[in-house]
Design a protein around this ligand. Structure first.
Ligand code: NAP
Length: 247
């Protein structure tokens, strides 16, 4: 995929989709900074895998909702790995509840991590990308940004916000060859969805007949980071097995 000597920062890479993305980017040739918030052991395992593939890695603890921590994370990545070419805004949480029961702190936390976190990381990374006249920013949204989902008003709003952010940044950064795209996964088998216990029920509604894997999403992200995608910006790639088509 031609990512040799590129440097990537993947947020929320200690497990799930972020972990698969970090490992797939390394397989494609990139050095990878592995961000996590609380799971230091998981992040260290991912970094060890990256290094076993012959790439350099950095484990970097930061809450993406904290502006100072994000700045330090990006500065630390540039210093340790020599730059930042690819940013994958993957970190995300859910705090589900029907509107009348959704507490303001559940609303605020999801917006802070899933939406503001991406803005903070993009802002810090874009300074380096603009100077280098190269960059790839990939935001991990969700199919529910397009379809909506009862009980997820905060999450749907944050993930739909990411699609607007993607388009605005694509226009702002295009003249310096920095592309900004989004992937919108459907139902992917990770810890986030395991807790819901809905995999069997959802799989029956997916046209391709199964729920997604973290690798399914990682492959789409590697493509958007690769030279083959250099003329694509401001777009959203749904990785949902056709789920949204039938809704
Ligand atoms: P997951 O298994 O719950 O993993 C979430 C990751 O995000 C963990 O590595 C976690 O790190 C990290 N994280 C959480 N809050 C953070 C923060 N404030 N700062 C930095 N890192 C933080 O989730 P997943 O299923 O892989 O989801 C990854 C992304 O895909 C999310 O944005 C999610 O919304 C999106 N997505 C998932 C699905 C799905 O079906 N699974 C569908 C559509 C979209 P620690 O554990 O170290 O805190």
């Amino acid at each position: 995929m031609g990512l040799t000597e590129r440097v990537a920062l993947v947020t929320g890479a200690s497990r799930g989709i972020g972990r698969a993305v970090a490992e797939a980017l390394a397989r494609a040739g990139a050095h990878v900074a592995v961000n996590y918030r609380s799971d230091a052991t998981g992040a260290a395992e991912v970094a060890a895998t990256v290094e076993s593939l012959g790439r350099r890695s950095l484990v970097v603890q930061a809450d993406v909702a904290d502006p100072a921590a994000v700045q330090a994370m990006v500065d630390g990545t540039v210093e340790a790995l020599g730059g930042i070419d690819i940013l994958v805004n993957n970190a995300g949480v859910i705090r589900d509840g029907l509107l009348v029961r959704m507490r303001p702190e559940d609303w605020d936390r999801v917006i802070a991590i899933d939406l503001t976190g991406a803005y903070l990381c993009a802002r810090a990374a874009a300074r380096h990308m603009l100077r280098k006249r190269f960059g790839r920013i990939i935001n991990v949204s969700s199919v529910v940004a397009v379809t909506g989902n009862p009980g997820q008003a905060n999450y749907c709003a944050a993930k739909a916000g990411l699609l607007g952010l993607t388009k605005a940044l694509a226009l702002e950064l295009a003249s310096r060859q920095v592309t900004v795209n989004a992937v919108a996964p459907g139902f992917i088998d990770t810890e986030m969805t395991a807790a819901l216990g809905l995999a069997g029920q959802v799989a029956a509604r997916v046209p391709l007949g199964r729920v997604g894997t973290p690798e399914d999403v990682a492959q789409a992200i590697v493509f958007l980071a690769s030279p083959g995608a250099e003329y694509i910006t401001g777009q959203t790639l749904l990785v949902d097995g056709g789920l949204s088509l039938g809704l």
